[in-house]
Design a protein around this ligand. Structure first.
Ligand code: ZN
Length: 268
């Protein structure tokens, strides 16, 4: 699933390369990706307009359009990418980075395309077809962006809910902050939330600087037999909040929160 840096990379690509270019045509024929819109609905709404701003809140991304047009929501799904082609045919990618072993892209994996009057285009490239494009998505319901809130707001947000922290934050951030993935967000102390905020901010900045690639210190240790790069203790694996996760067996089991749920933890 694209984490925030991938979505932010895609958003920046749109902001840098796709704004203020007149939309001449829209391929919205993929009724699954464009649901609930019927074929031609996005085309009718967007043709003749320009994208004027690229915005993001969490994993939700949307573009504002000219002449008071509708917002164009684009969700990358799992592994979707934004491909922007310039007037002179230069292709730029934004989103999840390519791995060396992936197949060359096929044209049918472009699930939604804006063709610009200058001859270039913007496409949602999505092999797995889990992305989604829709007009006027319910952005206000998504909550604030963790990368944009202040530390105090972040503490309030993260301590308010009761979902497992892991559902909100990735392994690297939890490891940096020495917080157990099974910690309930409403049990976090202010200082834990503050450490999480700093770790999230620094992980986002470094991933964005690296073109969306996760370069965190603990990523490479997430395998059976892996050891914590900080203290050398064994890395443990389990499922928390429905997601596979790795944590340091020494530093990320805080008594205040209790150890990860033994019923759902599967040693790997
Ligand atoms: Zn450790």
């Amino acid at each position: 699933m694209p984490e925030l840096p991938e979505v932010e990379t895609a958003r920046r690509l749109i902001a840098d390369e796709a704004l203020h270019r007149r939309i001449a045509d829209v391929d919205d024929s993929d009724t699954f990706v464009c649901r609930p819109h019927s074929p031609g609905e996005l085309r009718a709404a967007l043709t003749g307009r320009m994208l004027t701003a690229a915005c993001r809140r969490g994993k939700a991304m949307w573009c504002e359009t000219s002449e008071n047009g509708p917002d164009l929501g684009i969700h990358l799904g799992m592994g979707g990418r934004i491909v922007v082609t310039s007037q002179d045919g230069q292709v730029a990618w934004g989103g999840e980075p390519f791995r060396r072993d992936v197949q060359p892209p096929k044209a049918e994996w472009d699930r939604f395309t804006l063709s610009f009057a200058d001859g270039g285009s913007l496409a949602l490239f999505d092999k797995r077809r889990l992305g989604r494009v829709r007009l006027n998505p319910g952005i206000d319901e998504l909550g604030p962006d963790a990368a944009e809130v202040t530390p105090a707001q972040f503490c309030d947000l993260i301590t308010r809910g009761s979902v497992a922290v892991k559902a909100l934050l990735a392994d690297e951030i939890l490891w940096q902050a020495r917080v157990s993935p099974a910690a309930r967000t409403n049990s976090l102390r202010r200082q834990d939330a503050a450490r999480l905020y700093r770790a999230l901010e620094s992980a986002l900045q470094s991933a964005i600087a690296n073109g969306g690639v996760h370069t965190g210190d603990v990523i490479a240790a997430r395998h059976p037999g892996g050891t914590c790069p900080r203290c050398g203790a064994e890395m443990r694996h389990g499922t928390v909040g429905g997601r596979s996760t790795w944590w340091c067996s020494r530093e990320q089991v805080t008594l205040a929160f209790g150890p990860p749920d033994e019923e759902t933890a599967d040693e790997g």
